[in-house]
Design a binder for this molecule. Structure first.
Ligand SMILES: [Zn+2]
Length: 570
């Protein structure tokens, strides 16, 4: 039966080779081409755009008896949006079994603990899922008193490298004023010399808690597929998955071979930064893939190492100390602390040289300014050996920039993967740490663009399913609204001189990330010959009130000319 259908479809295609499969007409099509032209109609055949232009012109040239015509009634069409930075599997699994609570205040944390206590056998652990203090209303790292809202269970608050325990948990783990700090870690004490519950870099002190989530391969495949479907519903047609290891790479390949990839993915291979340089060099040398191995559905992007920590937890490696507010926000005990550089420069140079010699585009997670400068040193050294610009290598995050670093990026031809949502979510707390002046070069998108640096917008989505409430939110319209307004959750505008235009914001989610992914010739704008990836939205991106940009909803998402999401009537 299938074979008959395929034969019929094949002969039909031969008979009407010039006819489009689908024409979208009566639209306002923002092509994002080099002239940023706006058109009315687009014709699609065999997954590609065959014509784009006026309604009359496209219909006349492309319409055949079999062509399906969709009337857009004046709706706006954008090129399929790209999120250059997600962690799809981790995010998909995070709520695969049960929804996570939104924890944005101390009160919310306490009511979560109370609710868990009511349904957890006495003595068993309660874990408050990953929460960042920069996003709590109190802008303060909790201590054991907050978690002592329940004393009949050991409670653990997870802020990544910082864990906070309640009194019952400290007792269970045998941690008291006499307990020595573990190597490289710290048991933080209060004014009386008692542990205040905060443990830094000390997960080995936790007793009797198995935090490994166990999922079958089928569950992982389903979870990944569903997350990619949620991306399609948000208007995304390509994602860059920024932290894949061999297991995740195999899951993506399996989804593809089973015909279950709803959107395109570009995989970043994340090297394990805890391994010695020589081991990483060996892994790079023996890998069966490098940048651009694959096809337009699934291919490899960059080789990545994480070289510093995070600004939401006070470990990003900065140019300046975190200062006195770091004590409240991150539970720091040393105001001179600048965060952590995980990979020394020489080691980074050796590994990245090996990656370049195997043809990799290279990148690092470099969040603090100190990490940015370190990676730029390495890129300069490699550039002296052979030009780095053709590799389209890039910085990931680079949250704390400087004019000097931007000038070096421009000179070397380095791109940036940027997270607008952190301006929105974290800038209010970070401004308390670094001051207004210290935030002047926080995601300086205007300066990047003026310097001619290609920007790829990415969410760094890693936890949660909802596009607006996830950590981090992956709604690309929220991202573009933040890029255009630089407004925070508290309504303030962070350095308005760094705002960019709507057209530029659209490019950060279309043609520019496509360029970063070596795909600008086949997608990222709507032009004849390119892949038919596009999204029809419910209002005009260019002219709707500015405050509504974040509320724009996709009505149709097309990937390779096929509708993968339908969100309402046109
Ligand atoms: Zn990430």
């Amino acid at each position: 039966m299938l074979r008959t259908l395929a034969l019929l479809a094949g002969s039909a295609a031969l008979l009407t080779a010039a006819d489009a499969d689908l024409i979208l007409q009566h639209g306002k099509i923002l092509t994002a081409d080099s002239r940023f032209s706006i058109q009315q109609a687009v014709a699609i055949r065999d997954g590609r755009i065959t014509a784009i232009g006026s309604d009359a012109g496209v219909l006349q040239a492309e319409r055949g008896p079999q062509t399906r015509i969709v009337d857009l009634h004046g709706r706006t069409v954008l090129p399929g949006l790209v999120d250059a930075h997600v962690h799809a599997l981790e995010a998909g699994l995070s709520e695969f079994r049960a929804p996570l609570p939104p924890l944005d205040s101390f009160a919310a944390i306490q009511s979560y603990i109370r609710a868990q206590a009511a349904q957890t056998p006495e003595g068993q652990w309660i874990v408050v899922p990953r929460t960042f203090p920069t996003r709590l209303r109190e802008m303060r790292m909790p201590t054991r008193e907050l978690l002592d809202v329940d004393r009949s269970h050991p409670v653990l608050f997870d802020a990544s490298y910082v864990l906070v325990l309640n009194s019952a948990a400290l007792k269970l783990c045998g941690i008291d004023r006499q307990t020595p700090d573990p190597p490289g870690g710290e048991i933080v004490k209060d004014a009386n010399g008692e542990p205040n519950g905060i443990l830094k870099n000390a997960p080995s002190l936790i007793k009797g808690l198995d935090r490994t989530a166990h999922f079958t391969e089928a569950e992982k495949l389903l979870s990944l597929e569903q997350q990619l479907q949620r991306y399609a519903a948000a208007g995304l047609t390509t994602v860059g998955d920024r932290g894949t290891n061999p297991e995740q790479i195999a899951l993506y390949q399996k989804l593809k071979s089973q015909g279950r990839l709803p959107i395109r993915a570009v995989l970043t291979w994340l090297g394990d930064n805890s391994l010695p340089a020589a081991t990483l060099e060996q892994q790079i040398a023996s890998a069966a893939y490098t940048t651009n191995t694959g096809d337009s559905w699934l291919k490899f992007g960059a080789f990545k190492l994480i070289i510093d920590g995070g600004m939401t937890i006070g470990t990003a490696y900065q140019r300046h100390p975190y200062g006195p507010f770091g004590r409240q926000l991150y539970g720091k005990t040393n105001p001179d602390d600048r965060g952590q550089l995980f990979v020394p420069r020489d080691q980074l140079l050796a590994v990245m040289r090996a990656a370049r010699s195997r043809g990799w585009q290279i990148t690092t997670h470099d969040q603090g300014g100190g990490a940015v400068d370190t990676f730029l040193d390495v890129l300069e050294a490699l550039d002296r050996e052979s030009p780095i610009a053709p590799s389209r290598s890039h910085l990931i995050h680079a949250s704390f920039q400087s004019p000097e670093a931007i000038a070096r990026m421009k000179k070397l031809g380095i791109l940036a993967d940027v997270q607008a949502a952190w301006l929105y979510l974290d800038a209010p707390a970070l401004e308390r740490v670094f001051g207004e002046e210290g935030m002047r070069w926080f995601y300086p998108l205007r300066s990047y663009i003026d310097a001619g640096i290609v920007l790829a917008a990415g969410s760094d989505h890693m936890i949660g399913h909802d596009k607006n409430r996830a950590v981090n939110p992956y709604n690309p319209f929220l991202s573009m609204w933040i890029e255009v307004t630089r407004r925070t959750t508290q309504g303030q505008i962070i350095h308005p001189e760094q705002r960019i235009t709507r057209a530029e914001a659209l490019k950060t989610h279309t043609i520019w990330p496509a360029y970063l992914q070596f795909a600008e010739k086949e997608r990222g704008s709507l032009e004849p010959g390119k892949l038919a990836d596009m999204v029809v939205i419910d209002r005009d991106f260019l002219t709707c009130p500015e405050s509504e940009i974040k509320d724009i909803q996709p009505l149709l998402t097309l990937v390779n000319g096929r509708i993968v999401y339908r969100g309402g009537t046109l």
